[in-house]
Design a protein around this ligand. Structure first.
Ligand SMILES: Cc1cc2nc3c(=O)[nH]c(=O)nc-3n(C[C@H](O)[C@H](O)[C@H](O)COP(=O)(O)OP(=O)(O)OC[C@H]3O[C@@H](n4cnc5c(N)ncnc54)[C@H](O)[C@@H]3O)c2cc1C
Length: 414
């Protein structure tokens, strides 16, 4: 198999040596191994366990674990670029890998950027060492559940899942929906509200805890037979009086809320999967029309309308990638108002345009291209899921972008 060209050619996009090395490793692994397995995970709606063993062997489970803890020490951008490479070959692997990697990215470089006081830092270092060790040494996999089917996942209300402080830890109660990796992760990273004696609850009380999958009171419920991203196995997680020891705190108290407000690009980590899918749909179309795709009909590139459609696809792909690359380069603590608005634009474009490119690819290639023996119909179904992902769903990006453009902070019409 001819190796694919990089999604972002390192010299042309000015990637660092580290970014070049990590994206190459991710692409080579995914193209050589994940591509061939993707159809099975999709058909059977089965978690890509085999891919996770490979990610561990390649050191990629620990991509954002700091170097001093045995990981690759990837920056936000290096991770995003690597995840996009994996998304080209297996969307479900890239999307679930994102949930896992966030448990290290948020506890690592993001928390470091928040400027902890020395005591909090020392305690956080002890706790995160434990999580990193599990990942680096034993290949432990973490999920990330915040959705509850209410306003919490969109960031408009406190989480209904609660953590009540007891001696040595917390008692957790609640239900999460759409918990990717359910039944397959070793630890469920959950966002919940730490209860105090006060009568009011607020998003400032959000705690980020790792619940061991085999803890008493944890149950995976509900079935899983969705349109796309079938390998994510995103069933429900129920927590009934689950004791979670103190050392399972993934972030110091109050710091998740700080991260949300000061490091907003953290929610862009769902996009690289869809940038990868957009590229895959385009690459497929070019090969198919050139008659190079195995089992494809003879070349059908001579029709002018197909040439125009390919040109249209290329323009949309370049627009989407350019904006996305700018936004992931902008990502930092305390970004400017413009940088945040650009991030909403990039998120919306990545999610919506991935699906747009897939549907254009099917229309351009024609009826025979949508058979189950080819990857395009899977890309199309997977791509439809991107816009639904909270808290930066496509609708919420539009809403926030419009409001924040027309109203300065603190402004109102009254
Ligand atoms: C394949 C796949 C994998 C997923 N994996 C995960 C995962 O691992 N972890 C996880 O936490 N979630 C995951 N999700 C869930 C996802 O992030 C969303 O939470 C989910 O799609 C929301 O579905 P909903 O039907 O509740 O829809 P929605 O209607 O979009 O939203 C739910 C609630 O959010 C509130 N809301 C929505 N829009 C607004 C608005 N504009 N203003 C105010 N409130 C609003 C409303 O209260 C609404 O009831 C996954 C989803 C998919 C499709």
């Amino acid at each position: 198999m001819k190796p694919d060209a990089p999604l972002f050619e390192p010299d042309e996009f000015g990637l660092t040596e580290h970014e070049r090395a990590l994206t190459t490793r991710a692409r080579e692994l995914a193209q050589s191994t994940f591509t061939a397995r993707a159809a099975t995970f999709d058909r059977e709606a089965r978690f890509p366990t085999e891919n996770y063993a490979d990610l561990h062997r390649a050191g990629l489970l620990a991509i954002c674990v700091p170097r001093e803890h045995g990981g690759e020490g990837a920056s936000f951008r290096a991770y995003m670029l690597s995840a996009a490479e994996i998304g080209r070959y297996c969307g479900a692997t890239a999307l679930t890998w994102n949930m896992h990697v966030c448990s290290t990215l948020w506890t690592g470089p993001l928390t470091d950027d928040l400027g902890l006081d020395p005591d909090t830092r020392a305690q956080h270092d002890v706790r995160r060492r434990l999580h990193y060790e599990r990942i680096v040494q034993r290949g432990a996999v973490y999920s990330q559940s915040f959705s509850e089917g209410n306003a919490a996942a969109s960031g408009s209300a406190a989480f209904s899942t609660t953590a009540r402080k007891v001696d040595g830890g917390w008692i957790v109660n609640g239900t999460k929906i759409f918990a990717s990796l359910s039944g397959n992760a070793h630890y469920y990273g959950i966002l919940c509200t730490e209860m105090t004696d006060a009568h009011t609850v607020s998003r400032r009380q959000t705690a980020y805890l790792a619940v061991p999958a085999d803890a008493d009171g944890v149950q995976v419920t509900g079935s899983w037979d969705p349109l796309g991203m079938r390998g994510t196995v995103s069933r429900n997680l129920e927590f009934r009086d689950v004791f979670v020891p103190e050392h399972e705190a993934l972030m110091p108290a109050g710091h998740y809320y700080q991260a949300v407000t000061r490091w907003p690009h953290m929610f862009m980590t769902l996009t690289p999967t869809y940038i990868g899918i957009a590229q895959a749909a385009y690459d497929f179309t070019v090969r198919y029309l050139r008659g190079e795709w195995p089992g494809a009909p003879l070349a059908r590139r001579s029709a002018a309308v197909k040439q125009l459609n390919v040109a249209d696809m290329r323009i949309r792909l370049e627009q989407t990638k350019a904006l996305w690359f700018r936004a992931i380069t902008d990502a930092r603590v305390d970004p400017s108002r413009d940088q945040v608005q650009r991030a909403y634009c990039a998120q919306f474009s990545a999610m919506e345009n991935a699906n747009e490119l897939c549907q254009l690819a099917i229309r351009t290639c024609g009826g025979q291209s949508m058979l189950k023996s080819l990857p395009l119909e899977r890309l199309y179904r997977d791509s439809r899921c991107g816009s639904l992902m909270l808290p930066w769903s496509a609708d919420l990006c539009l809403e926030r972008l419009g409001r924040d453009t027309l109203y300065l902070p603190g402004e109102s019409d009254s």
